[in-house]
Design a protein around this ligand. Structure first.
Ligand SMILES: [Mg+2]
Length: 217
């Protein structure tokens, strides 16, 4: 097994943070639910809603990312994989800078700093090597990276990643989402990282014992 993982909204969750920023701007009512999709839908009803939404993403993915939380269970999953010797990599569609809003903030540097601060990159018990983190400027480049790395599974919060042309058909598609996929034919969907971990555990057990000792770097 070799598992690739998306970053935004898969490893890091922006729901609470986006609520705090958007409410602070007065762009959403206080009773909007603390959910990224609902915040987006609510903003898009405004006259300049699409721009506000893009500025909100720029702030959340950039200068404010330090206040974003890891998805529940993701650290446990990384620790589990490291203990079992299952290699992980991160492949993210992320430009260096946002077109709107805080254009001087480097979004990739911000993401890498966040990963280090949460121990998901580095020598700790759940950290992967920095060289296993890839930022790509387009979705097509992300898909190409996934293909070239030769991962056996990919975990993403967006079905669009799996549906993109060139996505390797042999890669196991694991959707991390609260709602069932629109097209469930070829993918497994889990609302929690715990569910994903149990699935990987079952597949790893079926594949036999891990070939190597864990790398505790
Ligand atoms: Mg994502």
């Amino acid at each position: 097994m070799f598992i690739g993982v998306d970053f935004d909204n898969t490893i890091v969750r922006y729901d609470e943070l986006m609520y705090e920023i958007a409410a602070g701007w007065g762009a959403i009512s206080k009773n909007t639910s603390r959910n990224k999709t609902q915040i987006r839908d609510s903003l898009r009803k405004l006259a300049d809603g699409e721009i506000v939404w893009q500025r909100l993403q720029a702030a959340a993915y950039g200068s404010r990312i330090g206040d974003a939380a890891p998805a529940a269970g993701v650290e446990t999953f990384f620790r589990f994989c490291k203990t079992r010797g299952i290699p992980l990599c991160i492949v993210s569609h992320k430009t260096e800078h946002s077109n709107l809003g805080e254009s001087t903030v480097n979004l990739r540097t911000s993401a890498m700093t966040w990963l280090r601060q949460h121990g998901l990159v580095g020598g700790g018990d759940c950290g992967i090597d920095e060289t296993a983190v890839f930022f790509e400027s387009t979705r097509a480049a992300k898909v190409e990276r996934i293909r070239n790395l030769g991962v056996t599974h990919f975990i993403d919060d967006l079905e669009e990643t799996f549906a993109a042309s060139g996505f390797p058909p042999a890669v196991g598609k694991i959707l991390y989402a609260d709602t069932a996929p629109r097209d469930a034919r070829e993918m497994l969907s889990f609302a929690t990282w715990r569910g994903i971990q149990e699935h990987v555990e079952r597949e790893a057990a079926a594949a036999g014992p891990a070939t190597g000792l864990s790398d505790r770097g």
